[in-house]
Design a binder for this molecule. Sequence first.
Ligand SMILES: C[S@@+](CC[C@H](N)C(=O)[O-])C[C@H]1O[C@@H](n2cnc3c(N)ncnc32)[C@H](O)[C@@H]1O
Length: 201
Amino acid sequence: MDAAQWDERYRASAGGVWATQPPAVVREIAADLTGGTAIDVATGDGRTALWLAARGWSCTGVDFSAAGLALAAARPGGDAVDWVEADVLSWEPATPVDLVVSCYLHLPDSAAAIARIAGWVAPGGTLVVLGHDVDNIAAGGHGPRDPAILYTPELLRGALDERFDVLRCERVIRTSDDAELRDGHSAAAAVDTVLHAARRS
Ligand SMILES: C[S@@+](CC[C@H](N)C(=O)[O-])C[C@H]1O[C@@H](n2cnc3c(N)ncnc32)[C@H](O)[C@@H]1O
């Protein structure tokens, strides 16, 4: 989907598309980190950026959908985030940050996109990537059905170079109480892949 198609989806929503809280596994990982600077990649309507900012992170939320960002900025705490309308395949932050988070960014060349955003992590910083796993198709969970844009642990791990230590890279089951959509969705558990990596100092 291009930016115009995402704009259409956000404009058609009743105040937001995605759940109000970040995915549980992201909350679990980020809760153990010391604050600092952060980028929420493809922030959408802002759930992860807002959650980080509320916990003291100086957070930038980047997305190419102006409509998604408008929803994000209008939410409580929206003033505390720096919202940037940009394509993450060409945008660069002014300086590397302590935490880069990406949730459900599925592109034709996901490995290249992840390698690119990994470059935004400062030495000693953290990268967290979460997305739908290719096994999610068979599991019947919500999400894209094109295996070419879905993740596997091997794909995520392979996107990183020797500057990173991989702390966790595995499939995780996401249940309906951790739904991705604001208005919930089918009870089928979803299969995601999570990557948690630390850049060496
Ligand atoms: C499935 S949504 C996920 C939103 C958010 N990360 C979340 O989990 O709630 C994917 C988002 O990626 C954004 N996106 C897709 N390709 C992008 C690109 N090349 N540059 C910036 N944003 C992009 C879309 O506009 C959309 O908001």
